[in-house]
Design a protein around this ligand. Structure first.
Ligand code: GRG
Length: 295
């Protein structure tokens, strides 16, 4: 196991433990909702966004327990997006992270509520005093997550994506769509570390720029996996973009062109970290991982 894999596994374990506390089992009328929320929140995944948040917060020596709460919050929003994206009204998927999707394991109404429960709990966690004693910091986190997850971010990107099916998009339009749909939450993950760390404008901007390049490289890798990946490793169906007639980085650039662009973006992301020196070694490694992964 590489140093990065070790670090990601440790972070994932800590995030799982935090999520398990924040979403307790219940023995009351809401028991099924808790089960469905835990099913998706504790059901594996790379925990990339929490890892980025913890690493960025680490650059500013943020208290680990506080960073872990914010890391759990961003993973909750990510898990909610996966649950809702898999619903019959959206992608209608049966498999996620190698297991039945939430609505297949439970039912559609429960899956909608589980997503809603995760989304709202994320904001509750960020707004609570345990996340940071300074209300201005908590408020900045809440505003940043709202922007990243909402109409100006992930949900807005998903709307463009739905409208874009079977339409030709050019590279600039695909880039904009993906920056909103997947890039915004990756951006929040890095920005949250800077907010918790009371970072100044220059390091905050450097991390935002890193996240921008990394987010696009991540999405290109996701598009490549949909074309070249193996469903068992990826943990979900592959070949869906072509079947849906979706314009992607791969459909526009071709496989080789998409890979070259992802490599260029990763090199650019790594260069953004120069001001942080050796303290950002794992953030450099995770940028390389994002395009080398098979899942
Ligand atoms: C708000 C309904 C709704 C959707 C938002 C993010 C999103 C739009 C949908 C998720 C569907 C999807 C497969 C998007 C492509 C990129 C992506 C987010 C992949 C999954 O993220 P990973 O690879 O997953 O980090 P794990 O399982 O490792 O956490």
């Amino acid at each position: 196991m590489t140093v990065l894999e070790d670090a990601m596994r440790d972070a994932a374990g800590a995030v799982d433990a935090e999520l398990a506390v924040l979403i307790p089992e219940a023995d009351n009328a809401q028991r099924r909702l808790h089960e469905a929320m835990r099913y998706s929140a504790l059901g594996g995944g790379k925990r990339l966004r929490p890892f980025l948040l913890l690493e960025c917060a680490g650059l500013f020596a943020v208290d680990r327990r506080r960073a872990l709460r914010a890391a759990a919050a961003v993973e909750m929003v990510h898990c909610y997006s996966l649950i809702h994206d898999d619903l019959p009204a959206m992608d209608d998927d049966d498999l996620r992270r190698g297991r039945p999707t939430n609505h297949r394991r439970f039912d559609e109404a429960t899956a909608i509520l589980a997503g809603d429960g995760l989304l709202t709990l994320a904001f509750e966690v960020l707004a609570a005093e345990e996340t940071d004693p300074d209300p201005e910091v908590r408020c900045a986190l809440v505003v940043a997550l709202g922007r990243a997850a909402g109409m100006a971010g992930m949900v807005g990107g998903q709307m463009i994506d739905l409208a874009a099916e079977r339409r030709d998009l050019d590279l600039a339009q695909i880039t904009e769509l993906q920056q909103l749909k997947t890039g915004a939450l990756i951006g929040f993950s890095c920005t949250a570390g800077a907010i918790l760390g009371r970072a100044g404008p220059a390091p905050s901007q450097a991390l935002a720029d890193y996240a921008h390049d990394l987010g696009l490289a991540f999405q290109i890798a996701d598009d490549l996996l949909d074309v070249e990946g193996d469903a068992d490793s990826v943990g979900k169906g592959v070949g869906k973009d072509a079947t849906a007639g979706k314009a992607t980085f791969v459909s526009v650039l071709g496989v080789a062109g998409a890979r070259a662009e992802a490599e260029r973006l990763v090199a650019a992301a790594i260069a953004r970290l120069d001001p942080f020196g050796t303290g950002a070694a794992r953030l450099r490694d995770v940028a390389r991982f994002v395009i080398a992964r098979d899942h």
